[in-house]
Design a protein around this ligand. Structure first.
Ligand SMILES: [Zn+2]
Length: 263
């Protein structure tokens, strides 16, 4: 068993121990007494109520960790079971975004006559850095979660390693868009909110990295873009870059539609 797996098991066992303590834990009588009991106004002092609140949050977070949906955990990267759960359990997906500090707005279901649309989705505003897009960056929660996983665990470390600088923003062309592949093919994954197109990055030192301009360059910008394209293949089902065709000369297409392509 790898060290990473061992550490995860140790963490889960430790967390499970804490779970076993709840409810009715005798280690902290003040907490166990309060759990599961509605707090009527004036029945408890603030000091007594506070530990119960903190534990509620901790339990939610532990549930997320135990399910492997912590977007900051290295183990989540490439964990296909976690990706499936993010798609199937919307409330867990929202929680995963919230605990990772992602800024988003919920977007209610949308359905268009020609088959485009999505169930619940999010408008992504900010991950570790701001997303800049000409239109609202709407996508399914699971797609947003995987985009954040890529940003946090692939893109940001690559920027630090290759440029010695942090990211300042991510430039996108868009997410949800009712359109067909190549203009006349089947509906694109964009038409279901399961794709995002990323066109470039800005670093805090002011440098800009642009897919169209730099992808094939021999300098650090090209190395960075090709590196994060390779990393995207661990996160997304389909990753298409300028290496795929001319339609993708100026962006990385990242989708969670279920096919497996890495170009
Ligand atoms: Zn696309």
């Amino acid at each position: 068993m790898s060290l990473m797996k061992v550490s995860r098991v140790v963490a889960i066992v430790a967390l499970a121990g804490l779970f076993a303590c709840l409810p009715g834990c005798s280690r902290d009588p003040a907490v166990s007494r309060d759990q599961g009991t509605p707090v009527s106004s004036g029945s408890l002092t603030d000091a007594a109520a506070e530990p119960a609140f903190r534990n509620t949050m901790t339990v939610e977070r532990m549930q997320l960790l135990l399910r492997g949906l912590d977007l900051a955990a290295p183990e989540t990267l490439g964990d296909r079971q976690a990706y499936v759960q993010l798609s199937r359990d919307l409330s867990a997906c929202y929680q995963a975004l919230e605990f990772a500090g992602v800024g988003f707005q919920r977007v209610s279901a949308q359905s268009e006559e020609n088959g485009c649309g999505f169930e619940d989705a999010v408008a992504l505003e900010e991950g570790l850095v701001t997303y800049r897009s000409p239109e609202s960056l709407v996508m399914t929660c699971a797609t947003a979660a995987r985009l954040h996983l890529w940003e946090r665990q692939i893109v940001a470390p690559a920027a630090e390693r290759i440029f010695g600088s942090s990211l300042a923003s991510i430039e996108a062309f868009g997410g949800y868009s009712c359109r067909r592949v190549g203009g006349s093919g089947p509906l694109s994954e964009h038409a279901f909110g399961r794709a995002a197109d990323i066109s470039g990055f800005t670093l805090v030192d002011g440098r800009t990295i642009n897919v169209l301009e730099h992808y094939f360059s021999s300098g650090p910008e090209g190395e960075f873009l090709r590196d994060i394209r390779q990393g995207a293949c661990q996160v997304f089902d389909v990753t298409l870059s300028p290496e795929y065709n001319a339609d993708h000369a100026d962006h990385l297409h990242l989708d969670t539609g279920g096919e497996r392509v890495c170009h």
